[in-house]
Design a protein around this ligand. Structure first.
Ligand code: BES
Ligand code: ZN
Length: 561
């Protein structure tokens, strides 16, 4: 049972969808229909999840009723079925405030001339644009037909042929995705490519040039890529996430276009989800660590294979440090891998714990049994559970059967914090940077000319109450073009009330909608009375440009009406 769905897949299980929409930029709605196919049944009722949909009719049914709206779950759509029924078609339109859609004005795009639409269905937002059984425990195949205004290009995360889309491998609802805008396509390899607005297509193709090598790297370790093509779509900067692993078509923030491939671990991450997450899927949002912990582990293995051990070690140490920092501010109940989400919005249960503690568990198992055995285990795990949705218990049963160890698995999964004896990552290069940081704090000049993004991040996070004016004078951090470095710098600037960085921060907050950047900056600002005033003023002008998901998170932090 999934506490985040009204549906009852134990009674009737939807297996296939036929989607047909018009993208109406003039009214900010999708208008059309969804046909749902299931095994012929004599059950009297089919319950679907919806949120803020306007239902016009349900064809091939005896009637329908929309239940009361729950603030987290939306409204159940109860459809009365005729005997022996095997399909219904819901005619409907979305609402302009749909939680899973962002409608962008031309001013919010790179080209400034055309509007843009994209969906974000994870975790429980598919129901705001399709009436369906919105639980990762149910998988469907689908066909889609999408009509966008002339001049705009619509894409779905599926096999594509013009306006027609087809997904013939069963996927959970949170992976159904659509985007429309002024998009150009550039091939990267035989089965990979990138979509972006024309102004960004060249830099995107350069940044993602190693995509094909990454696909090969995972295939060598964990078996064939099973989704046909792997393309990327670069979204406008208001996209609330770094990336989203929509099958065949990863959605990505433009903030990773650093010019030096330094942030393409995100591509490795979203690609890795093609195995961990999209092929073997968490059955409920409490099992989210099965998706993300495995994916961070795979991401780092890809980095190691494509860019070398040193790079992998740096990312692992950065992640480990950030996990500790975040855990300090989390209640004990959120420091466990299998988390309790009853009555909560799964969007708010999203911390680094499933990502980094999950990856650390797998790393620790790897160290215990040796890499060859662990890789063989993972390969068979992906095959054994391919195209299935599984719980933490399913994983534990399989692990205990196939790879018995001395590890205290229950402690890892159900207890807060990091068990002793974890396989702690180490980086020699970072130790060098720590020495440099100390020298710098003693007033020496240091040579940073060969530093990459990861070294800069570690350097900045290592400093203790540094002189920000000196940092800025020597390293021009307020002018940093790399979004991760800039974000780290702006956080330090807010903490130390370093005013010369404030106008840059304001511009960053107004243009970038990535929740991972916004949340810490606004939270930090809200800690002082002056900061609160500033945060409220910025948020009032920026809010309309943020995605509904980011708005919900920030409304609770900045609390302006
Ligand atoms: N699937 C997630 C994004 C997500 C999680 C969306 C939960 C909605 C609810 C995606 O794979 C992800 O983890 N993205 C990260 C990037 C990654 C490199 C850690 C992000 O967006 O920051
Ligand atoms: Zn992920």
């Amino acid at each position: 049972m999934d506490v985040h769905s009204f549906s009852r897949p134990d009674l009737i299980r939807v297996r296939h969808l036929e989607l047909d929409f018009d993208v109406r930029f003039d009214r900010k709605i999708l208008a059309g229909s969804a046909a749902l196919h299931f095994d012929s049944t004599d059950r009297p009722e089919l319950v679907l999840d919806t949120r803020d949909l306007e239902i016009q009719a349900v064809e091939n049914a005896a009637g329908f009723e929309v239940g009361p709206r729950d603030p987290v779950l939306g409204s159940p759509l109860k459809i009365r079925l005729n005997k022996g029924c095997s399909w219904v078609r819901v005619k409907y339109s979305t609402s302009p405030g749909a939680s899973g859609l962002q409608w962008l004005d031309p001013a919010q795009t790179a080209g400034k001339l055309h509007p843009f639409l994209y969906t974000q269905s994870q975790a429980i937002h598919a129901r705001s644009w399709i009436p369906l059984q919105d639980t990762p425990g149910v998988r469907v195949t689908f066909q889609g037909r999408v009509r966008a205004p002339t001049g705009l290009h619509a894409v779905m995360a599926a096999e594509r042929a013009g306006q027609h889309f087809k997904m013939d491998r069963p996927v959970p609802s949170y992976l159904i995705a659509l985007a429309a805008g002024n998009l150009e396509f550039r091939p990267l390899g035989e089965r990979s490519g990138v979509f972006a607005e024309p102004a960004l297509i060249d830099s995107a193709a350069r940044e993602f040039a190693d995509t094909e090598a990454m696909i090969h790297a995972v295939e060598e370790m964990y078996g064939p890529y099973r989704w046909g093509r792997y393309d990327l779509l670069v979204l406008p900067p208001s996209f609330p996430f770094g990336g989203m692993e929509n099958p065949c078509l990863t959605f990505a923030t433009p903030t990773i276009l650093a010019g030096d491939k330094s942030l393409v671990n995100l591509v490795a991450h979203e690609l890795a989800h093609s195995w961990s997450g999209n092929l073997v899927t968490n059955a409920t949002w409490s099992d989210f660590w099965l998706n993300e912990g495995f994916t961070v582990y795979l991401e780092r293995r890809i980095l190691e294979k494509v860019y070398g051990r040193e790079r992998e070690e740096m990312e692992a140490v950065l992640g480990r440090r950030e996990l500790d920092r975040e855990m300090e501010s989390l209640p004990e109940s959120d420091r466990v891998l299998h988390i309790q989400l009853t009555g909560r919005d799964p969007d708010n249960g999203c911390t680094l714990v499933p990502y980094e503690k999950g990856a650390l568990l797998l790393r620790s198992i790897e160290r215990e049994v040796g890499r060859p055995r662990f890789d063989a285990f993972l390969r068979s795990y992906f095959n054994h559970f391919a195209f299935q949705s599984i719980t933490t218990e399913d994983f534990l049963d399989y692990l205990r059967r196939e790879l018995p160890t001395q590890m205290r698995l229950d402690e890892w999964i159900f207890d807060p914090g990091i068990p002793s004896g974890a396989a702690e990552p180490q980086s020699d290069v970072f130790r060098g940077v720590e020495v440099e940081a100390e020298r710098w704090q003693l007033g020496h000049q240091i040579d940073t000319s060969k530093w990459n993004t990861q070294l800069w991040l570690h350097f900045l996070r290592t400093l203790k109450n540094p002189d920000l004016a000196r940092l800025d004078r020597e390293f021009h951090l307020t002018e940093a073009g790399n979004s991760e470095i800039l974000h780290q710098w702006l956080l330090m600037a807010v903490r130390a009330q370093y005013e010369p960085a404030y106008s840059k921060m304001e511009r960053f907050l107004v243009t970038v909608g990535r929740r991972k950047y916004l949340k810490p900056l606004y939270t930090e600002l809200m800690k002082t009375p002056e900061g609160q005033q500033r945060a409220r003023r910025i948020y009032r002008s920026a809010r309309a440009g943020y995605h509904p998901i980011a708005q919900t998170t920030l409304d609770a932090i900045v609390n302006v009406q």
